[in-house]
Write a protein that binds this ligand. Structure first.
Ligand SMILES: [Zn+2]
Length: 57
């Protein structure tokens, strides 16, 4: 197994990373990247569309 950040050999102490530095890099990506709360993000997409208006003729 290799570090997902820099592909070096993983250190068991910082698994799955090779060092604390790479673990911090990964954490930083989490915090600054697309961090979304699943429940709130899914809400908009899963809302059912309103029923179509019946034809008035
Ligand atoms: Zn690394």
């Amino acid at each position: 197994m290799s570090c997902p950040i820099c592909s070096k050999k993983t250190d068991p102490k910082y698994r799955p990373f090779c060092s604390k530095r790479c673990a911090d890099v990964d954490l930083g990506r989490w915090l600054t990247g697309s961090y979304v709360i699943p429940g709130e993000a899914a809400d908009e997409d899963e809302r059912p569309a309103p029923p179509p208006e019946p034809p008035l003729n």
